[in-house]
Design a protein around this ligand. Structure first.
Ligand code: SF4
Length: 635
């Protein structure tokens, strides 16, 4: 904002007050308030934290703690231009590191630091979801893809000239869809609202009269074969499974929410697409937003919800204005708001919540915490969100693609949908294809399609490995390319990263490990410490200082993370290393300082007695072991 840095404290105070007013001084809006307060200056001043804490009646330390949790919120000043290079392995393969170094050189700034004059800071951030047009960066939160030497020169010139980002040439910010293969979903061509009309058409006249209160909604679910119950049955018949990776049956999730006694209920669309290598939701939100919102509205009808949230990842801020415009149009067209499609009592609206840079918020309970204005730490479960989610309301959280598929099912029917794909994986899957291939982009396939088919279609040659489903997914080698994209074989949230024979698979795994260490939310010690230890271990190997003992340590770390981590991030953090170690072991072994080195001192052995006494190896047997040990000592 022009002049923001020179604003008087009274002007700043007025701006903070205006943001608080706009959000009704609501603590559940805290993340949005902090993001908007930060907007003019790129950081949040201590005085603003105090004002926010007072207005929301929250402890100041709590507000500071929330701000400190998110990568895109800052409590100290950075450069007036804050530049972050996307640091996924596909960005690196496309030359991001050399371009980052070049930009630092042109701007006389050290990576990770702010320039002396406070003009600019340059650093990296986790994958920004532009792998099909890598390398990419964010400048003050706005995405610039397809970086090359000329673009870097142009960016440096704009920064040196002090040009405000909103006045930069528009073509720098163009993000392509790159849709390469369409199937039933991307080719559906449904009109806005068509899925809602189809869902309502399954309703009976009796239900239409009843639909004006939550209680009758639940009664309709329980006793009426038509109305919301008919929609639920259709989704169940379709055997639609969640497209975010876990693959839970959507119909069962919706039914559990609809049957939960508490009201109101809530619908949440998880558009926090943070898994490295995944960008399909970006395209769906850009070019199929009506289908997404139709799916959410159909879900609201099925479960009896009156409000929904789209949780949009901070990296996709460029989509925010477009999505808001689509929502406004839908309100004007009677597809959102009161009495949707002239259906009395069918009231539903959607709010967009913009994330602030936290991969862990892709986990549904962490996402709900963030929606409530808190740090995005995963909750203990049960209770599950379907019975106690957003503000303890029964809540369904589904992926963007899942809602699109639900809209399609509402129109074409469950029987038709389940006839596509495989027995256990109905319908199609959209893949985000990137890496070493001629045609990176979005590909939609029926479930059951072989990896080899995808590789042929995207123009991949001399492929040695594919990372399916991102950093937390699975790495397969050339002997496995006959495997199929399906929940029963290779489940995926969408990422499909291709590596040809020139790539060093050790460096691929190292990049993913660094990602997990950076994104660990720090809530539980095994994950916070374990992911850092793993990253350091990989650095040691990269420096040529490793030994076979270090490789064995990876398995131990994995056991620890599997057993003691609170959420999926910790559980899967070792996967990239274990997968590549199994399939590409020479990439590790050639880095060992001494291939046959065995430590002279066995630290584990030396500590075994102490571990037994404290019961650390077997918490369940703690007392028995301790007693035995004590007895032994007495003897
Ligand atoms: Fe946070 Fe990691 Fe624990 Fe998950 S496992 S709660 S990301 S520290």
């Amino acid at each position: 904002m022009p002049g923001a840095a020179n604003a008087t404290s009274a002007q700043r105070q007025r701006r903070v007050d205006a943001v608080l007013d706009r959000h009704g001084n609501s603590p559940t809006e805290l993340v949005q308030i902090l993001r908007e307060v930060q907007e003019p200056e790129g950081w949040i001043r201590p005085q603003a934290i105090t004002t926010i804490a007072r207005a929301l009646a929250l402890p100041r330390a709590y507000v500071e703690g929330v701000a400190g949790f998110y990568s895109f919120l800052h409590l100290t000043p950075g450069g007036r231009y804050r530049i972050r290079f996307s640091d996924n392995i596909t960005d690196r393969m496309a030359g991001s590191q050399a371009l980052l170094a070049r930009l630092c050189e042109l701007l006389w700034v050290e990576r990770g630091r702010t320039s002396e004059d406070g003009l600019v800071s340059v650093d990296t951030t986790s994958c920004t979801g532009m792998c099909d047009q890598a390398p990419a960066l964010l400048v003050n939160g706005w995405a610039i893809p397809r970086l090359d030497a000329a673009r870097i020169e142009a960016i440096a010139e704009l920064v040196r000239g002090g040009q405000p980002v909103p006045t930069w040439p528009k073509e720098l910010f163009v993000v392509d869809d790159n849709i390469r293969r369409r199937d039933i979903l991307l080719d559906s061509n449904l009109a806005p609202g068509e899925a809602i009309h189809a869902a309502l058409a399954r309703g009976s006249g009796a239900h239409r009269e009843q639909a004006s209160n939550e209680r009758s909604w639940r009664e309709a679910i329980e006793i009426e074969p038509q109305g919301p119950r008919a929609v639920l049955e259709e989704i169940k018949l379709a055997n639609l499974r969640g497209r975010g990776g876990a693959g839970f049956t959507t119909g069962l999730k919706w039914e559990a929410c609809a049957m939960a006694p508490a009201t109101p209920r809530c619908v949440v669309c998880n558009a926090d697409e943070g898994e490295p290598g995944t960008f399909k939701d970006r395209v769906l939100l850009n070019s199929y937003a009506d289908l997404v919102f139709d799916g959410m509205t159909v879900a609201a009808y099925a479960v009896g919800a009156r409000h929904g949230y789209l949780y949009l990842r901070g990296e996709y801020r460029h989509l925010l204005a477009h999505l808001q415009a689509v929502l406004d149009r839908r309100r004007r067209e009677g597809l959102l708001g009161s009495g949707i499609c002239d259906w009395p009592g069918f009231d539903f609206d959607i709010t967009i919540h913009l994330g602030a840079g936290a991969y862990v918020c892709g986990e549904e309970s962490a996402l709900i915490e963030s929606l409530e204005g808190k740090r995005g730490v995963p909750r203990n479960r049960p209770p599950y969100p379907v019975t106690s989610g957003y503000l303890k309301q029964p809540t369904i959280v589904n992926n963007v693609e899942t809602f699109c598929a639900a809209a399609l099912i509402a129109v074409r029917g469950g029987e038709w949908y389940r006839s596509i794909g495989t027995l256990r994986s109905a319908g199609t899957k959209i893949l985000s294809v990137s890496g070493d291939c001629a045609r990176p982009g979005i590909y939609e396939y029926p479930f059951g399609t072989k990896v080899a088919q995808v590789l042929a279609d995207c123009g991949a040659e001399f492929t040695q490995a594919v990372q399916v489903s991102g950093a937390s997914g699975i790495c397969i080698d050339a002997t496995e390319f006959e495997r199929r994209i399906a929940f029963e074989d290779l489940p995926t949230a969408g990422a499909f990263m291709v590596f040809d024979e020139s790539r060093d698979m050790f460096e691929v795994a190292r990049n993913f490990v660094q990602f997990f260490a950076h994104e660990s939310c720090g809530f539980c010690t095994p994950c916070r410490v374990g992911t850092t230890l793993l990253a350091k271990l990989m650095d040691k190997l990269a420096a040529g200082l490793g030994s076979p003992h270090d490789l064995a340590q990876i398995t131990d770390l994995n056991s620890l993370l599997q057993a003691a981590s609170h959420c999926g991030l910790g559980h899967t953090a070792c996967n990239p290393v274990l997968d590549t170690l199994k399939r590409f072991r020479p990439a590790y072994e050639r880095r060992l300082l001494t291939p046959d080195y065995v430590p002279a001192f066995d630290l584990d052995g030396a500590l075994a007695r102490a571990r037994a006494m404290t019961g650390r190896d077997d918490p369940g047997a703690h007392f028995g072991v301790a007693e035995d040990a004590a007895g032994g000592a007495a003897r």
